[in-house]
Each structure stands twice: as structure tokens, then as C-alpha cells.
Design a protein around this ligand. Structure first.
Ligand code: ADE
Ligand code: ZN
Length: 338
């Protein structure tokens, strides 16, 4: 890739709207937390951990991801993890983040919900004070668990509702359609929360329709397989439904066989509002600039394309209007001199 576009990406003010904080756990940190908490890992070294990161599908990744997060046990761990992530994306000039956490992956191991959420919230506050990165937190339900379990998790979140942006839906998609969670999403909406769902990552277009029509989501995570259904493409374009696309994730999880076949550019050409994000950067081999760089190179994106993607990220975020104006000004000032 030409140097100039690489440095254009590096300097571009960016938002990250699809990031699982547990997926930012780097192998070195995993070893450190395991030592600190006396957890036995099935790996003897950082190299062995990295060697395990080869996935044929989403489930193979999730098995390793849930095992990895077992080293996270204390409020301090969640704080340290969050601060480390923000420090890393500050280096990529990320200016605003909306991150997921998977409380059920921790509470089912006996870690108190309060320790998880308070550690993360404190970390986000530190990131704003230290690096000026604004943020929101999204509580994600694990879709391989029951809707009753999701309701229990929503009840645990009750004291924190003013400090979370909304709820999401992640984990094993196939066999766990959005319709399974229609009631708990309606309850979350009644509490004033925004709604997000992974859909069309591995699941068929029908799951995307359900996320739109049964869950009434505010933003869609992935959405790749929407491209198989022309009526769905029209619907997403008409609604200007934002999609949080994750290129390196898609490659690592074999959602695409080659980055050159990634649908991002076709999505843009079809009028869809796409954003670029990292999903689980420590497992998928790259943070924000790496994701921007990978699709730019494979799909020959122009600086104008990249500017559209960065602007979509600001528009698709749930910052207040003052912050949105600030971020748009920052982007416009950058584009004027780039
Ligand atoms: N949890 C963490 N990353 C995920 C992904 N890409 N899809 C579904 N669930 C996830
Ligand atoms: Zn995800």
C-alpha cells in the first residue's frame, strides 16, 4: 500500500462502534492476569496462545474466547483491560468508542456483575480524562443462553441503566435467531435502552429481517449476509441502518475467504451506511488502523471512501449533539488539510 494512504488512515479521526472488550485481551495480558489470579491456562507461553488463534468458524473462535476471558476475575482486571484497550486505540486516533461487554461470560464463573461493570466504567472514565476518548458501554446478551438468562442479566443491570447505552446480542448465531430474544429486547427498549444485534455474520438474511422487524434494533452488527437478499439491501439502504462491519474478523472467522471478496465496497455502492471496526482485535490480528488498511488495500478504497466511512461512524454513534458536532468538525478539519 502507498505510504500516503496509510498515513491518511493513521491520522483520520475514527470511531469504534463494534468492539468486545474481552476480545481486546492480548496474549501477554492473558498470561499476566492468569499469574495474578492463579488461573491455570492450557498454554505455557504467549507463542502457544497465538498458535491457537486459527479458526474455521465463529464457534471455534468463541470456544477460545470464553476460555481466554476466564483469567478476568476482579474489578481491577476489568479496569486494566479497558485502560489498555483505550491506550492502544488512542495510538490509532480513535476519538469515540461504543464497546460491548459480555457479563454472562463472567457472572456464570462467579464474578460479581458489579465488579465487571464498575471496572469497565472506571476504565472508560480514565480514557476520557487521559486521552479525550468519549465512550458508551453496551451490555451484550449471549444468544446461546436462554432468554430467561438475558432477563436476569437485565435485572442485574438495573442500578446502572443510566450508565449503559443499550443492549446487544452476540455469541453463536446459527440456531439462535433474534426472535428468541424479542421479549427481552422489548423490555430493554421500555427502559430507554438502545438496541443492537449481531446479525448476518454467519446467520442467513432471515435473521437480519428478524433483527429489524422483531427486535427493532437501532444499529446492526456485521450484516454481511444481507447482501444475499436484494429486498433486504433495499430496506437497509432506505432506513439508512448503520452496519458495524469488521473486516479482519470476517477474514479470521472465514465469513469471507479472501479480503478481496469482502462485501464492504459493494455495500457502499448499494447505498448502505457502513462503518469499519475491529470486533476482537487481539484474536483477529489488528486494531482500527489495521482494519481500515486491510480493506483499503484489498478493495482499492479511495481517500473519499475512507472519509465516508469515518463520517458514517460519527453519524451512526450515539454521542450527544455537542459531541457529534465536535467530532464532525475534527473530521472536516482533517480532511481540509489532508
Ligand atoms: N463475541 C465476540 N465476538 C463475536 C463475534 N464476532 N460474533 C459473535 N459473538 C461474538
Ligand atoms: Zn462482534
Amino acid at each position: 500500500m502507498a505510504k500516503s494512504i496509510e498515513s491518511f488512515i493513521a491520522g483520520l479521526p475514527k470511531t469504534e462502534l463494534h468492539l468486545h472488550i474481552e476480545g481486546s485481551l492480548e496474549p501477554e495480558q492473558m498470561m499476566m492476569f492468569a499469574r495474578r489470579n492463579g488461573v491455570n491456562l492450557p498454554y505455557a507461553s504467549v507463542e502457544e496462545i497465538k498458535a491457537a488463534y486459527s479458526f474455521k468458524d465463529l464457534q471455534e473462535f468463541l470456544d477460545i474466547y470464553y476460555q481466554g476471558m476466564s483469567v478476568l476475575q476482579t474489578r481491577q482486571d476489568f479496569y486494566d483491560l479497558t485502560v489498555a484497550y483505550l491506550k492502544r486505540v488512542h495510538a490509532d486516533n480513535v476519538r469515540h468508542v461504543e464497546i460491548f461487554f459480555d457479563p454472562q461470560g463472567h457472572t456464570e464463573r462467579g464474578v460479581p456483575f458489579e465488579d465487571v461493570i464498575e471496572g469497565i466504567l472506571d476504565g472508560l472514565a480514565f480514557g476520557e480524562a487521559e486521552w479525550g476518548i468519549s465512550s458508551h458501554l453496551i451490555l451484550s446478551f449471549l444468544r446461546h443462553l436462554s432468554e430467561d438468562a438475558a432477563f436476569e442479566t437485565l435485572a442485574q443491570a438495573e442500578p446502572y441503566l443510566d450508565r449503559i447505552l443499550g443492549v446487544g446480542l452476540d455469541s453463536s448465531e446459527l440456531g439462535h435467531p433474534p426472535s428468541k430474544f424479542a421479549r427481552v429486547f422489548a423490555a430493554a427498549r421500555d427502559k430507554g435502552l438502545k438496541l443492537f444485534a449481531h446479525a448476518g455474520e454467519e446467520g442467513p438474511p432471515e435473521y437480519v429481517w428478524e433483527a429489524l422487524d422483531l427486535l427493532n434494533i437501532d444499529r446492526m452488527d456485521h450484516g454481511n449476509r444481507s447482501m444475499e437478499d436484494p429486498d433486504l439491501i433495499k430496506r437497509l439502504a432506505t432506513d439508512q441502518m448503520a452496519l458495524t462491519v469488521c473486516p479482519l474478523s470476517n477474514l479470521k472467522l472465514c465469513v469471507v475467504d479472501d479480503m478481496q471478496n469482502h462485501p464492504l465496497k459493494r455495500m457502499m455502492d448499494a447505498g448502505l451506511k457502513v462503518t469499519v471496526n475491529s470486533d476482537d482485535p487481539s484474536y483477529f490480528g489488528g486494531y482500527m488502523n489495521d482494519n481500515y488498511g486491510a480493506v483499503t488495500e484489498a478493495l482499492s478504497l479511495s481517500k473519499d471512501d475512507l472519509a465516508v466511512i469515518a463520517r458514517n461512524g460519527i453519524e451512526a454513534s450515539f454521542v450527544n449533539e455537542d459531541r457529534r458536532a465536535e467530532l464532525l468538525d475534527e473530521l472536516d478539519a482533517y480532511l481540509a488539510m489532508a
